[in-house]
Design a protein around this ligand. Structure first.
Ligand code: NDP
Length: 488
């Protein structure tokens, strides 16, 4: 499938653990294969860590807390964190290529979103950390109370496969900014960019033992989450994994930050700017093959513009070029793994059984039977109890449902266990703010989607998460406060 013009010009890498400033294999030599989802070829091997590797990584992370890192002045630590961002940008071509080989996403997208935003996470927190203060209260003429901030300690960072480097850095940057040491575990299906990131941290001046990484499968993650000497877990992934982590972390009362699954609604009122709506709905439905936790997979459209919306939306979806991630014209790449591909295909079968109509897609694209490709799929005719409307599919698959009143749509929108994000479209600002305040989600966008400012609270309610990340929220998670009282 890949022509010479579109062949990646960076070679895939084998992935070793990174502990105490050096790459190493598992003691028992165990590895597993890493597969390119666009070609089904083996990219290389990945070390599979177990309890022994996790113990070693946690031990050196604990020791490093007390060393140079723990005593480093804020300005110096900030300069190192900024440098990590600079080095990510210097190695952008290499990192973007590895990300596309691992995930199957288009190369242009890896560059524009994954790598640029990963670098910005470090640049943002390098600045932000120099402004962070605490609280002080004068209590009449009785006492002065003030709080001091210290790192939580050793933090486990466990991440999914959809935005591998971006999501890892979204946790690593504030964890380091607040002075912690970490043990990272990237997803088993997307291990390459994190492997490079570990070396970049050392190159930027992070002392050995501060940033450690153990590769592996779910059991490796479980060894981190149940470890006695890990103080906090920052996790992004499926809701069901979050439940398992909560149980594993309970005996040692670890601090937890969870960014979990979503089934996010887009609500489109008839007075919205339809062209703007279509442009953004294309992105919120199909960018990154629909593998973004914030994707709007339930689309509710006011009945008077339902037919016009469907016609324009379907016409645009049919134009999307699917295929080789290294072809600059490609808009939709491959799904991340065979397992996930089968899950998405099974939902297409469910949609058929439930009586849904495929306005577009619903199948594997012609000529792309090698690799894990699925056509952008728009489904109509399904009701609120359909599994395709209720469950997270996490692929290029959306359902569209008409509505008549604000009350009716709000009831459907909130009739879910998830509560991550929503996107709402109307030119009536009063309606926009009224409806936005009633949506049970951690983030609501009005007339836009995925517009981020890293100071704002990011996260979900209900089964979509626990706590918030971003700016002060990240800092609060990655630090502990001690209140000190001086009696006058
Ligand atoms: P998973 O929950 O399957 O995996 C996430 C990470 O957890 C992986 O590194 C995985 O390892 C590890 N893991 C698996 N089992 C355990 C365990 N018992 N203990 C500790 N760690 C474990 O999620 P996916 O990788 O499938 O990612 C997709 C999900 O992520 C979707 O639900 C999506 O909505 C969510 N997500 C949420 C975001 C948000 O901000 N709310 C952002 C992006 C994605 P391994 O890979 O080896 O199985």
């Amino acid at each position: 499938m890949q022509t010479t013009e579109t062949k990646p010009n960076v070679k895939p890498i084998d992935c070793s653990h990174y502990i105490n400033g050096e790459y190493l294999q598992s003691k028992d030599g165990k590895t597993f294969e890493n597969v390119n989802p666009a070609t089904e070829e083996v990219l290389g091997v990945v070390a599979e860590g177990g309890k022994e590797e996790v113990d070693y990584a946690v031990g050196v992370a604990r020791k490093a807390l007390k060393g140079e890192w723990g005593n480093m002045p804020v300005r110096e630590r900030s300069a190192i964190i900024r440098k990590i961002g600079d080095l990510i940008l210097e190695r952008k071509e290499e990192l973007a290529t590895l990300e596309s080989l691992d995930t199957g996403k288009p190369l242009w997208l890896s560059k524009k979103v994954d790598i640029d935003r990963a670098a910005y996470n470090f640049h943002f927190f390098a600045d932000y950390m120099t402004t962070v203060g605490t609280e002080a209260y004068q209590q009449d003429d009785i006492a002065l109370h003030y709080a001091i901030r210290r790192p939580v300690g050793v933090v486990g960072l466990i991440n999914p496969w959809n935005l591998p480097l971006l999501l890892m850095t979204w946790k690593l940057a504030p964890a380091l900014a607040a002075g912690n040491t970490v043990v990272m575990k990237p997803s088993e299906v997307t291990p390459m960019t994190a492997t490079v990131l570990a070396q970049i941290c050392t190159d930027a001046g992070v002392p050995a033992g501060v940033v450690n990484m153990v590769h592996g499968k779910g059991e490796t993650g479980a060894a981190i989450t149940s470890h006695d000497d890990v103080d906090a877990i920052a996790f992004t992934g499926e809701t069901i994994t979050g439940t398992a982590i909560m149980k594993a972390a309970a005996p040692t009362i670890k601090k937890l930050s969870f960014e979990l699954g979503g089934k996010n609604p887009n609500i489109i009122f008839a007075d919205a700017d339809i062209d703007d709506v279509i442009d953004t709905t294309m992105r919120s439905s199909f960018i990154n093959q629909g593998e973004v936790c914030l994707c709007g997979s339930r689309i509710y459209v006011e009945r008077s513009i339902y037919d016009e919306f469907l016609e324009k939306f379907a016409a645009r979806a049919k134009e999307l070029k699917i295929g080789d991630p290294f072809d600059p014209e490609t808009k939709v790449g491959a799904l991340v793994s065979e397992e996930h591909y089968k899950k998405v295909l099974s939902f297409l079968e469910i949609a058929k059984e439930e009586g849904g109509t495929f306005l577009t897609g619903g199948k594997i694209p012609e000529g792309l039977d090698k690799g894990f490709f699925v056509e952008p799929t728009i489904i109509t005719g399904l009701g609120k109890d359909s599994r395709c409307v209720r469950e997270e599919i996490f692929g290029p698959v959306v359902t569209v449902i008409p509505f008549d009143t604000e009350e009716e749509v709000l009831e459907q929108v909130n009739d879910t266990n998830y509560g991550l994000s929503a996107s709402l479209w109307t030119s009536d600002i009063k309606r926009a703010t009224r409806v936005a305040a009633q949506i049970e989600a951690g983030m609501v966008w009005i007339n836009t989607w995925f517009l981020r400012d890293l100071r704002t609270p990011f996260g979900g309610m209900k089964h979509s998460g626990l706590g918030r990340e971003g700016g002060a929220h990240s800092f609060d998670f990655y630090s502990e406060l001690t209140n000190i009282t001086i009696k006058h």
